[in-house]
Design a protein around this ligand. Structure first.
Ligand SMILES: [Zn+2]
Length: 195
């Protein structure tokens, strides 16, 4: 599901949302609080309907769009509120190179943090997280999973496991034309790695 920050920017329009983040903090807070409440009730409804894990994509919270300082001062408390009010295991995905905000993401209360290949070293990311959250990712959706070949997907998957990724997964949303065999190759790589 879409995260509170992205829902807020969708409701306000990205243009207004970005403008408010610089010039109208009271409007920014208002729409963020509304979106946080809305995403909490939506997530809990899915839990009641049987969802096992609530996985949140919040691309607008990326340092590509909002500064790490804004993440800490405006977004972190809303994401904390989300995770503590949703009655489920939760995973937070934020796109882009989240290196500058990873430490803040780790304090948001999500069990898993899903990151792209742009994070660079998995080992370093794991050091930042410590015991606060599990690392999910980070096989490149556009550059590895879409084009393949299968050998490359397996090689990168095993390397990610070797470096300590906790949950092997695509780095971001799976591209629509990705062959099913490429997704299966990730699972095969995991099986071969632990064989
Ligand atoms: Zn992404």
């Amino acid at each position: 599901m879409e995260g509170p920050v992205t829902l807020a920017s969708d409701l306000a329009s990205v243009k207004s949302f970005m403008k408010w983040s610089l010039k109208k903090p009271e409007l920014l807070h208002q729409v963020l609080d509304f979106a946080t409440e809305a995403t909490i009730s939506y997530a809990n409804s899915m839990v009641l309907a049987g969802a096992d894990v609530i996985s949140v994509a919040d691309p607008v919270a990326s340092p590509d769009l909002l500064s790490p300082d804004s993440f800490k001062s405006e977004l972190q408390s809303r994401l904390q509120k989300f995770s503590s009010n949703v009655d489920s295991v939760t995973v937070l995905h934020i796109c882009g190179n989240v290196g500058p905000i990873l430490n803040y993401m780790a304090d948001c209360g999500f069990e898993g943090l899903s990151v792209e290949e742009k994070i660079g070293s998995i080992k370093k990311a794991k050091e930042v997280l410590g015991n606060r959250a599990r690392l999910v990712g980070n096989i490149s959706s556009p550059f590895t999973l879409l084009p393949g070949p299968i050998e490359k997907i397996k090689e990168e998957s095993k390397k990610a496991l070797e470096e300590g990724v906790d949950v092997l997964a695509p780095g971001c949303g799976i591209a629509p034309m990705t062959p099913l065999s490429h997704i299966k190759a990730m699972v095969e790589a995991r099986n071969e790695y632990y064989a």
